[in-house]
Design a protein around this ligand. Structure first.
Ligand code: HEM
Length: 439
């Protein structure tokens, strides 16, 4: 995914890198601002009267979808675009795909605020918004297919074995990606529902293991797609990839369907994820990362360790019943996404932007520590609130002054995180392409 030469050789590629950074940080900032609004409404519910009919219930799916399909997805969309874009230079099709993606997010958010939500967590789109999002996925696929064709016609078919092999891997990946639009269309339909844990009403151990192994695959594949130099042994990487294959086999052999967390196999299945804490670290340490990456890798390590250990504990019989409907699970969601996924995305964007004027944006220490410090305060205040609510369930029905103070702490943490994302966005918008590099 060559970079230092991009500026001079391929200004459009450099601009694409900058656009990926800007679009991703834009939706993080909007998602956080909505999160801050939600935190304000939970702290001062009377504020809701001034927002009617845009009530709390309409803003929650906006927060979730913009954080998932905006901030969490766009760095990966950018990664795909840069992986497929012809080396020589792009023609604006990547720009088009990014703008269509952001347009669909805006359309989806407005449709949800107008009351058009299908009510399924992270799959709310209904009516026109559902078609628009499906169309966006098809546009992205078509842009990738066109880029692959250009790569092949411009050099792949005459190229060396390495290039032909790479085009082959991209072609297989493209075929797999063709499954995403129909799968998301079916999954967002009212008739389809995921397996349910009958004793918690939430996800089963098997489903949680499956989605987590998907994230582990992403962590292991990303350094290769980023084109980072392997400094460790390729044999170690091959062994880790085989272990992951075996783990997926284990996942397929686990009982699927509505399974309770009281089933030992469900607990063991989920607990097996702990293996990947040291193994992902070994995999990522095998590559040379650019300056500024160490902090984000550290963030991934700390949040990843906290996430897996607390998640496996929370899933144990007795614990899940106690914590299920408390702020402990909101803490868990933010530990996973605002902690681990955001640290991974910061790392990806830093590498995607290397060699361009945008590379310094995610390398800046102050917004990085504002984010991590705010996230630590947000997660710990919600975990404490959840702990209190689990030991004093009545506290959920009355105004518990301790929980109120913890909500104030969460609000303050949210403000810090929103300001950090605004600094990143302002900085990214302040850079404007190759001519920037001469400064
Ligand atoms: C500015 C920082 C943020 C604030 C103030 C914030 C605030 C909130 C609030 C108030 C809720 C609703 C909680 C409830 O229903 O009791 C929520 C839910 C959620 N937020 Fe955030 N959030 C922030 C950042 C993020 C980020 C960066 C992500 C993901 C990358 C995220 C993902 C989620 C998820 C997945 C939920 C659903 C949790 C659940 O229902 O269990 N949030 N957030």
């Amino acid at each position: 995914m060559t970079s230092p030469s991009d500026l001079s050789l391929a200004p459009e590629r450099a601009l694409t890198r900058g656009r990926v950074v800007v679009h991703s940080l834009l939706w993080l900032t909007v998602g956080n601002t909505v999160g801050l609004l939600l935190a304000s409404l939970l702290l001062w519910p009377t504020l809701g009267q001034f927002l009617e009919p845009l009530s709390y219930g309409r803003w929650v799916p906006v927060h979730l979808d913009l954080q998932l399909y905006g901030w969490s997805a766009l760095p990966l969309v950018g990664l795909l675009l840069l992986w497929y874009l012809p080396l020589e230079d792009g023609d604006g099709s990547a720009k088009f795909a990014l703008e269509v993606w952001s347009g669909a997010l805006l359309f989806g958010a407005l449709s949800t605020l107008a009351g058009g939500s299908g009510g399924k967590l992270f799959l709310e789109w209904s009516g026109a918004a559902r078609w628009v999002f499906l169309g966006t996925l098809v546009v992205l696929w078509a842009v990738l297919a066109r880029c692959l064709y250009l790569r092949w016609s411009r050099g792949g078919k005459r190229g060396n074995a390495g290039l032909r092999g790479r085009v082959g891997i991209q072609a297989v990946t493209l075929l797999l990606l063709a499954l995403v639009p129909p799968v998301l269309w079916i999954a967002s339909g009212a008739a389809v529902y995921p397996p349910i844990n009958p004793d918690s009403g939430g996800a089963t151990g098997t489903s949680l293991l499956g989605s987590s192994l998907g994230i582990v695959s992403l962590f292991l594949a990303t350094p290769w797609i980023l084109g980072l130099e392997l400094r460790g042994s390729s044999r170690v990487q091959a062994v880790l990839a085989s272990l992951l294959g075996l783990h997926f086999l284990g996942f397929l052999l686990l009982p699927h369907g509505d399974q309770s967390h009281h089933e030992l196999l469900q607990t063991f299945g989920l607990a097996s994820l702990v293996l990947w804490l040291p193994l992902v670290a070994v995999a990522l340490r095998g590559f040379s990362w650019p300056t500024g990456a160490r902090r984000w890798l550290l963030g991934m390590g700390v949040w990843g360790g906290l996430l897996v250990t607390t998640a496996v504990t929370t899933f144990l019989p007795g614990f899940l019943e106690a914590f299920k409907f408390t702020d402990w699970l909101v803490a868990h969601a933010h530990l996973a996404m605002a902690g681990l996924v955001t640290s991974f995305n910061g790392l990806v964007l830093l590498v995607v932007a290397r060699g361009t004027p945008w590379s310094e944006v995610l390398a800046a220490p102050i917004p990085f520590w504002m984010w991590q410090g705010g996230c630590a305060l947000l997660v710990s205040s919600l975990a404490w609130a959840g702990f209190r609510e689990s030991s004093f369930p009545g506290g959920l029905a009355i105004v518990d002054i301790v929980v109120q103070r913890l909500y104030l702490a969460r609000w303050g943490a949210g403000l810090l995180m929103t300001l950090a994302s605004m600094i990143w966005l302002r900085d990214a918008l302040g850079r404007s392409g190759p001519e920037d590099s001469r400064r």
